[in-house]
Design a protein around this ligand. Structure first.
Ligand code: IPM
Ligand code: MG
Length: 369
């Protein structure tokens, strides 16, 4: 096979600085593991708006469609708050998701043992936590029509539409069941079938897909509000959670916080297989652009590094190398290294973004010894 290609879109805020550490790790895999990538870099979000007047240039969109995987940092920042909705940085990301048809968004929430005391929940509630939220990413209320703000009589009305087709529900349900088979073999599907027709259909289709092709996987259904409560009460009851775009947005932020820091969590957004058999794919940290600390060397690069680990696993069939990278991160945390976001009451002094990157590289080196 030819050298796999990666398009890197650092974006805004802390995106560029955390991505710089990932580039060092990509180089390490080329040098030390014979896993070379053809890497190109481009602009997205506010950075693209500043250069081109659009949060995603058509050329960048075309490139994203051609490469084997896209790695994205973060988009957005207060500088862009007053921009017209259609050119806001977030639109660049949403366009990538939609046009690449990345319907399955995998958001793992894993609690590293070294950080269990850092969660706002008690240690025994979160220690060893390992759940995967599969969020539908290309439909639902994020994209449904009609949408907009119009005038009725003497007041304005804001409209968005929750809309799901059977095939949209079916394909994301399949992704969740497939993943569950490789993990704890359990799926909990979350919607609001008690108040929304789209939720009734969601529940029916997930159950049908299960009964037809995945009867070996344990399936349960929960209303999304109860699901949020259960996530905070006893998250270890879950293995894979499958849910729609908006509920998935909320539930994955909540799940992320269980692990102690949003700065730790990666994500993969996957679509249908391309001609070469690899899925269309975009990998990004769950944290945002964190404009308050951007450019200061304080950001935690781990979520972005772990996003590259997901790329190794889901795009490049290199699960062993993904394990190696995840173990390197675990070792660094166990050794006590902390970026500023991971400093609690214990009064350690934080390491910088680049120091954290160097420590992960050193741990990778020692994994070869
Ligand atoms: C996320 C973010 C995005 C979303 C924003 C940046 C558009 O919150 O990836 O969770 O709402 O999907
Ligand atoms: Mg979100």
């Amino acid at each position: 096979m030819s050298t796999p290609s990666l398009l890197i879109l650092p974006g805004d805020g802390i995106g560029p600085e955390v991505m710089a550490e990932v580039r060092r790790i990509i180089d390490w895999y080329g040098d030390k593991r014979g896993l070379a990538f053809e890497v190109s870099e481009d602009l997205v979000g506010g950075a693209a708006y500043d250069a081109h007047g659009t949060p995603l240039h058509d050329d960048t969109m075309a490139k994203a469609q051609e490469v084997d995987a896209v790695l994205l940092g973060a988009v957005g920042g207060p500088k862009y708050d007053d921009l017209d909705f259609s050119v806001k940085p977030e639109r660049g990301l949403l366009r990538l998701r939609k046009e690449m048809d990345l319907f399955a968004n995998l958001r793992p929430a894993q609690c590293f043992d070294a950080l269990a005391d850092f969660s706002s929940l008690k240690r025994d509630v979160v220690a060893g936590l390992d759940i995967m939220i599969v969020r539908e990413l290309t439909s639902g209320i994020y994209f449904g029509e009609p949408r907009g703000i119009h005038t009725e009589g003497n007041e304005r009305v804001g409209v968005n539409t929750q809309r799901y087709t059977e095939s949209e529900i079916e394909r994301v349900a399949r992704s969740a069941f497939e993943l569950a088979r490789r993990r704890g073999n359990k799926v909990c599907s979350m919607e609001k079938a008690n108040v929304m027709e789209s939720g009734i259909l969601w529940r029916e289709v997930v159950q049908e897909v299960h009964d037809k092709d995945y009867a070996d996987v344990e399936l349960s259904h929960m209303y999304a509000d109860a699901g949020a409560m259960q996530l905070c009460r006893w998250p270890k009851q879950f293995d894979v959670i499958v849910t729609d775009n908006l509920f998935g947005d909320l539930l994955s932020d909540a799940a992320a916080m269980l692990t102690g820091s949003l700065g730790m969590l990666p994500s993969a957004s996957l679509g249908a297989p391309m001609e070469n058999g690899r899925p269309k794919a975009l990998y990004e940290p769950v944290h945002g652009s964190a404009p308050d600390i951007a450019g200061q060397g304080k950001a935690n690069p781990i979520a972005c590094i772990l996003s590259f680990a997901m790329a190794l696993r889901y795009s490049f069939d290199a699960g062993d190398e993904a394990d190696r990278l995840e173990q390197a991160v675990e070792k660094v945390l166990a050794d006590g290294l902390r970026t500023a976001d991971l400093i609690g009451e214990e009064g350690r002094s934080p390491v910088s973004t680049a120091e954290m990157g160097s420590a992960v590289l050193a741990a990778l080196d020692s994994s070869l010894a």
